[in-house]
Design a protein around this ligand. Sequence first.
Ligand code: MN
Length: 232
Amino acid sequence: MTIEVTRRRVLAGAAAFAAGALGMPRILHAETKLAEAFPPLPYADDALAPVISANTISFHYGRHHKSYYDNVLKMVEGTEFVGQTVEAIVRTTYGNPSRAALFNNAAQLWNHTFYWRSMRPNGGGKPTGALAARVDQDFQGYDNFRKQFAEAALTQFGSGWAWLVENKDKKLELVKTGNADTPMAQGIKCLLTIDVWEHAYYLDYQNRRADYVAGWLDKLVNWDFAAQSLGS
Ligand code: MN
């Protein structure tokens, strides 16, 4: 584990140096080779039930997420993107209309891997330790954070995501993005995300997005992952 973390930091450091030379945003997270960009779920299919059923996971991970991965592999064949990390592909295609299809698939590939890690069985509730203090400071308390996070997830019109990020002023902030858009594309440090595309909850909740969001916050959110992301 320690060796793996060290290796990733070295890789991220080298990539950050290269990106800096090109005037691109500073890289804040580890870089992921495309061959490793569709990892196994960090828990069993049924581990998040009853908030998210095994049925939803099987379609969401096994069909939706996998198809984004398969699409990216096909799209990069024979292009300058071969050999680039998924993060580099997302950053370099961001805002480029001629690369919109590749951006959408690569960003969705990354967003979903981040989403699976933003949850855990027996998660949910309040953060602890240093992160609890940051939430208290930047949201005036957990209850206010919870209310604002739920509001962001509920008011994202149509498909998209709600995120907890550390912004460039080092403050925790809530962000919502549409479709495949991701704060990572702009070099913003993501801490947690919830998928609010209908495919994330429709089998279990139909139109009741609020119930999915409440279950996610109270029973699944993985604050340990957020703390790791904050420290990375
Ligand atoms: Mn999804």
